[in-house]
Structures are given as C-alpha cells and as structure tokens.
Design a protein around this ligand. Structure first.
Ligand SMILES: [Zn+2]
Length: 138
C-alpha cells in the first residue's frame, strides 16, 4: 500500500515538474468559479455554467502550463488591476473619513488627487506633482 502511494506521489511530482502549478490568479479564479457555481443554480442564470466551464479549463490550463513566463505575465497584469482597485477603495474610504475637514480636487493638468482643508474660502492650490496652480473654493 505504502509502496503504491509513494509511487503515485512520485509520478504526480514527475508530471508536475516544470509546470506552473498555482498562483494568486488561479486562487482568485477558483473563488470566482465557486461563486458562479452557487449562483448558476438560479433558474435564469443557468447559462453561467458555460462561463464556469471556461474558467475551469483556464484554471487547469494555467496550472499545467510549462510556459512559466507567460503565466507570470498574466499574474502581473492581474496584480496590477487588483492593486489599482484596492488603492481606489482605500482612497474612497479616506475621502469619506475626512469629508468634514477636507475637500478633494483633481489636478487639471496631471489628474492627481489633491486634498485641501475645508472652509478656507478662496484658495490657490499648487499641485505637488506638476506645480500647476488652480483657484478653488473650499
Ligand atoms: Zn498636477
């Protein structure tokens, strides 16, 4: 029994050697797969099972892929999008937290976010990134 178990583990290891295996993107895809799996039980959402089949194939394709470089590029693109969304959520939270004391503007030149104290009347704002000045009411 133990012999066959070891043999099985050895052949799995041999099969997986040089393959990409899992990463954060595959974990994310697995969560999406499970969520879609649950909601696809609703009568009008059956078509989602088709999308889920594609996600399932994609997860296995990525895990067994030997093109590590391409898979890492996909992971990097995913992480870039994820971090962008994460920082946008954090910024919105912060904006809400400071809503009584500060106002937020976008720089008219470089579109970066600028924070100014509230209730100061007419003020001149200088963007710290591009040095553009704007007149605003706070
Ligand atoms: Zn600027």
């Amino acid at each position: 029994m133990r012999y066959y178990l070891n043999k099985l583990i050895f052949s799995i290891n041999e099969f997986m050697y040089g393959r990409y295996k899992g990463d954060e993107l595959n974990r994310f895809l697995t969560i999406v797969y499970l969520i879609i799996w649950v909601i696809s039980f609703f009568p009008y959402l059956r078509f989602l099972q088709l999308i889920n089949t594609l996600i399932f194939i994609l997860i296995f394709y990525r895990a067994f892929s030997k093109n590590i470089y391409a898979r890492q590029k996909e992971l990097n693109s995913y992480l870039k999008i994820k971090n962008k969304i994460k920082s946008q959520i954090n910024f919105t939270k912060q904006k809400h937290k400071n809503r009584k004391t500060h106002l937020y503007f976008k720089c008219s030149n470089c579109k970066s976010n600028l924070r100014v104290p509230k209730g100061k009347g007419k003020i001149e704002i200088t963007c710290p990134k591009c040095n553009t000045t704007m007149i605003k009411h706070s």
